[in-house]
Write a protein of this length. Sequence first.
Lengths: 731, 216
Amino acid sequence: MSPQPQAAVGAPLSRVDGRLKVTGQAQYAAEFDVEGAVHAVVVDSSIGRGRITGIDTGAAEAQPGVLTVIHHRNAPKLPYRDNSGSNNPPGRRLRVFQDDRVLFHGQPVAVVVATTLEAAQHGASLVKVRYDAEQPSTDLHEAKPDKPTNYARGDAEAGLRSAAVRLDLTYQLARNHHNPMEPHATIARWDGNKLTVWDKTQWVMGTHDELAAVFDLPAGSVRVINPFVGGGFGSGLRCWPHTVVAALAARVTGRPVKLVLSRRQMYLGTGFRPSYEYRVRLGSDRRGRLSAAIHDIDAETSSYETFTEAVMGAGQMTYSMPNVSQAYRTVPLDVNTPIWMRGPGFASASFAIESAMDELADRLGIDPIELRRRNEPSEDESNNLPFSTRRLRECYTVGAREFGWQRRSSRPRSRREGDLLIGMGMATGVYDCGRFPAEARARLDADGTAVVEAATSDMGPGTYTSQTQVAADALGLTMRTVTFRLGDSLYPPTSPHGGSATMASVGSAVVDACNQVRQQAIKLAVEDRESPLHGVDAADVVVRGGRLHVQGNPARGESYRSLLARNDRTHLEARGQYAGAPSPARRSYFAYNATFAEIAVDATLGLVRVRRMLGVYDAGRIISPKLAESQAFGGIVGGIGTALLEHTVTDHRDGRIVNANLADYLVAVNADVPEVRAIYLDGEDNDGNLLGVKGLGEVVQVGVAAAIGNAVFNATGRRVRELPITAEALV
Amino acid sequence: MSTELPESAVPPPTGADESSSAPSRRTFIATSTAVGGVVVAGGVFAGTVLADPEEASAAEKPPSSRVSLTVNGTRRTVTVDNRTSLLDLLREHFELTGSKKGCNAGACGACTVLIDGQRHNACLTLAVRLEDAEVTTVEGLADGDQLHPLQQAFIDQDAFQCGYCTPGQIVSGVGCIKEGHTNSPEEIREWMSGNICRCGCYVKIVRAVEQTAGRK
């Protein structure tokens, strides 16, 4: 098979759905006009743990427009079949309105359904719930942890004891909430025993499977639709209780029901990046060669599910050392269950590890980049596999040059501009990119246009655009003649839209489907006596701009249209597949970055301002450069939030989140982000995917917080080991 | 960092019909709740914003008012539940879902619309106080198929990802340009900081506003 010419892939194209988004025509979950839909508003618990002893719904039901109030005393019993293979963590998932138990502050305890939103909202405020309250446990530092998950190589304790230089450092990371701009929302409609939901999700198949399990419905009787996702960052990776509430309310009332979480409820009804206490002990020689590291990691989870994430990976493979031990302990608390958030696990671990490396560099008087170079491994020491590609050294070199690293003073608190202390810092980021099974369908129509479909999502990275680019080149069509569809469980199934896996996984399935269609057409042509391509070796035919021709001889060929018309074919169609990561793994497949920050700290006020940031990425082949740059900027901005602003605050007296809104939970705004730059190294990584990609949506946020923290140290001489780094810590 | 914006970033309403006697959303809801039973009895509930007639007749009707306003050049007269925000009026009743609900508390800017040419958070604006007002939403910016220059600039600069904050950013950007707060990237950043973009497109949003302001 001749390699297809690459016209769309790699080109800095604008988004194919751009016009829909800038005109307000893109339809998000709550915006579908479902006839007869009524409104549901959730009532959430006002205690952090205990039992419901009574519910008075009289005042709510007396409100004009209120149809019903559903709670555990009148809700139908739901089957809640097991849903293995889902993103539900081990445990017993929250079962809405099935018993009187309250497991966390803000748990759904009732839902008010009304003909208008105003009536439902007011009705919800009138539901009186009485409780037998118990003292909740919500403090990571006070509660009893689960048994640890361990990793070890060598003898870390002995390695540490014999090290010339030892550091023992403990870092605290605040809980972060994803806070996508679009609140989670569901519209549910029953047609007999068939359920259709328009649901904000990063995985329509996941919502499909969970609803089928909860209501014990046969496959094929649930349809999940979600063409546009207004941000996710992980919050849409599992089906949350409110989606079940909407479906339940629709079943009870016999009406389509629209349920939109309030911003406050986003903190109660969806997950979060758990808070961590991460203690790391490092041992090295005086030249900075690491000999041992011991990681003690505590993270919050809920009392009813054990959420874990890949927080151990970075400590095992980022730097070369013979002795490593890790203990990762989840701490069950009376909170709702966490969920992966951008750069899951790695972003959290990187703050501890990359800050510790900076502390070691300072102790030894070695440049932080040089220290990292001295500990660059030649293979993945966690499994002795070769790296598929690992170009961190190049990231360091390019980053140092482009950022002007030589201007950094190695002596902290030595650069001053008036009241401002100026500092520079850097950090390394690694991310274990996912590759999951996926399918896609491609159909080439007689008019020479194509439709490609997969049940994936586009939460913002530009799946619509980048998959269209991939499909267009594989089919030999222009961008304008290819339509990519996603966000419908009727399309071929894919794995979740997350883990930086979408391009490698769905993209490979799309390429497979499109290659098959193209080859069907080529076969048709070379076997067709009336085709100019008759008798040509199929391997010598390429397609460009919808026209099949002999490689190197564009004059000899014909268009898809004429070929299909002459052969009486309405269309050609194929289903493509991608099996997932190679198993067993033959190579260690990670994306990498070096992230640089320059910040200014007001010496009197302690206020930290980012001045400029640079990320240099080894992320494999870049399909859509314009959109990839936007993703990198987004990861950096998210990292600025984690570093300096974001902190979900719980009042441990009653388990209530006290800043569950966008005025008190601070995220980066425009004025927080002056100059950002992203550089993707040219290259590709062909380990187990057809596109040479690695994935980039996660790695771009890994290391950002540490780079900023290290810059704060360089500016002030103060090492802040707690996120977010606030003015209070610096005055 | 929570940048402190000058209060005038989202200017207060002006004009005779928006006098200081106009009730704020908070006081209005408090008032109507307190006297609920009495007002409900006298409420009029008709027009395009209607509950299902069967259900509406089954219970007393909520307090409502008639209001005439112009939305994207079209004059509309409706009777609305007094509790309805402009944002909910647009989204739930006019099927103009371009204006987004991100926080419903004036903290994110996703619902930004122009009222009589000025930037406002539609979620904090009660519909009933908009008698004779001219409202422009993102759906009203393009001239047929011809995008507003700022809409085109957002596409050119890739100034959005998920797209959910985008209508608010664009409407806010139109206001920002009109206000003349575009003399430097720093000034644009300050005056666009009432609109959160969680995907982190700020640098490109500033470029798009700059590009458009420079054309004027």
